[in-house]
Design a protein around this ligand. Structure first.
Ligand code: FE
Length: 211
């Protein structure tokens, strides 16, 4: 083949992994090495755990919420035992994972999830948390002034609605079922899942409106 589709005038940036790992990357690598050396886990197990977490995203949580919106009996199971109900949808759930407590927003009460200590989050279902979730500002203010924080996310909570802040721990993670948006009667689960955002499952936003 003469010439090439690849010929163009835009200069290439060199493709490379970061030549200088950050302080944290080095620290994590050192920790991995110690764990492997002591036989606590294998490098395969670490790679699998990373793969599992990286393969999860808010779309997975959205599937769970959409099912709960369309199947009242499923929702009851989900509220009663989050892990078991999520496993029903085919997600890998093991006994050593933190508990998943599922709560439901209503007209009377809304929930806001935080981890005041660090960044605990249902990663095994939603993937990695957003950066703001890990910020000191969110972690402290979600507790001291949750309504103000919610307003900053564009969510003005009715004064008559109770706001409950849920502080995640190493043992317990939370998932919020946002209120099902109006005018979604007859929507399929897939259509509904498209309305469920990451933030709506943390409690800082509502689910999207279909219009
Ligand atoms: Fe934490």
């Amino acid at each position: 083949m003469s010439g090439s589709n690849h010929d163009h005038d835009i200069p290439h940036a060199e493709v490379t992994t970061n030549p200088e790992p950050s302080f944290f990357a080095n620290r994590v690598r050192a920790l991995e090495n110690v764990l492997i050396k002591k036989g606590v886990c294998t490098s395969d197990e670490i790679a699998r755990a990373i793969q599992e977490t990286e393969s999860r995203s808010p779309a997975d949580g959205a599937r769970v919420v959409a099912r709960a919106w369309t199947d009242q009996v499923y929702k009851i199971r989900l509220l009663k035992n989050g892990k078991t109900a999520v496993a029903e949808l085919g997600y890998a759930v093991t006994g050593d994972m933190p508990e998943l407590v599922v709560v439901e927003n209503t007209e009377k009460v809304r929930y806001l999830v935080v981890c005041t200590l660090c960044s605990c989050y249902p990663r095994w279902l939603l993937g990695r948390p957003p950066d703001w979730y890990k910020s000191l500002s969110y972690r402290s203010r979600a507790v001291s002034e949750p309504r103000v924080v919610m307003a900053e996310f564009g969510l003005n909570v009715d004064p008559g609605t109770t706001v409950e802040v849920l502080d995640s721990t190493a043992d317990i993670r939370y998932l919020v079922i946002p209120q099902r948006p109006p005018k979604t009667h007859g929507f399929s689960e897939a259509q509904l899942a498209n309305l469920v955002t990451r933030d709506s499952m943390v409690g800082t936003s509502n689910a999207l409106s279909p219009t």
